[in-house]
Ligand binder design. Structure first.
Ligand code: OOG
Ligand code: MG
Length: 260
């Protein structure tokens, strides 16, 4: 019997809104990858019904470091909404998350020459900006433990993102990537992202067609983390990519009032 995507989306939506984790859905329900993308769509549609706007997509597991960290080895795609955006240099209240992690990302912006209605339009030729970025991931699953289908259903753990200054598109086959969170650091290279992060743009175009996620001019694409994620606590998090510059945000914890 087909799973009820609305029912499973509701479980994940409530987990996100109350910042309380849930067990892996795959422990209790049988669903395949097509079902998982249907659940993701239903989940994000709930956000859109609350007035959020879809502003782009994010690729996941585009580097071996991320695949190894999470035990999932196939590229995934998720949706970004405007409510997930954190201003560069801004503060982000961590109490709205369950167990946030942060990771370095390359962001691409789709320019006005992109024609979503033309299947032959090459998205990589329509990019009009690239920027250093970070993604906050916050799996709604207990202990960040999930299957490939679970994480797709959960909108690929998407929870927040910050983008630095856009610069003109440039080749980034092997730029050094550094991220620090308080006194912890991680380093890598953009070459870890599918050999070259522009390949993540190709994958975004291919998978958005296959999975029915609309891409439009002005949308953002996060290429996927070049390194494993770090826990994001009350600290300054900064990502620097050679040739692109740096971006930072500050995690802090508001006083919890004891009423959840
Ligand atoms: C899933 C999200 C993966 C990336 O950049 O590889 C991702 C997770 O790690 O929980 O965003
Ligand atoms: Mg990511």
């Amino acid at each position: 019997m087909a799973v009820d995507s609305e029912q499973l989306a509701e479980i994940l939506d409530r987990a996100q809104q109350t910042a309380r984790d849930v067990p892996s859905l795959a422990d209790s329900f049988t669903f395949d990858l097509d079902d998982a993308y249907a659940i993701q769509r239903a989940l994000v549609e709930r956000r859109l019904a609350r007035g959020q706007r879809q502003v782009g997509v994010k690729m996941g597991f585009t580097s071996h470091a991320k695949m190894a960290q999470m035990g999932v080895s196939e590229v995934i795609i998720g949706r970004l909404t405007d409510a997930m955006r954190v201003a560069a240099g801004g503060r982000v209240d961590l109490t709205r998350f369950i167990h946030p992690r942060i990771e370095p990302e390359v962001a691409y912006r789709i320019g006005s020459t992109f024609d979503p209605g033309d299947p032959d339009c090459d998205l990589t030729r329509c990019i009009d900006g690239v920027a250093p970025a970070m993604e906050i991931i916050d799996s709604r699953y207990r202990d960040f433990r999930f299957t490939h289908e679970d994480v797709v259903a959960d909108n690929t753990s998407a929870a927040g993102y910050v983008i630095g200054e856009w610069v003109v598109p440039q080749e980034l086959p092997q730029a050094a990537v550094r991220m620090s969170v308080g006194d912890r650091q991680t380093t890598g290279s953009t070459s870890a992202i599918l050999d070259d992060p522009i390949n993540a743009v190709r994958e975004a175009q291919r998978m958005s067609v296959k999975r029915g996620l609309a891409l439009r001019p002005g949308d953002v694409i996060l290429a996927g983390a070049a390194t494993a994620a770090l826990p994001f606590g009350a600290a300054r998090a900064e990502c620097e990519i050679d040739g692109l510059g740096a971006v930072h945000i500050i995690g802090w914890t508001s006083e919890k009032d004891g009423h959840g």
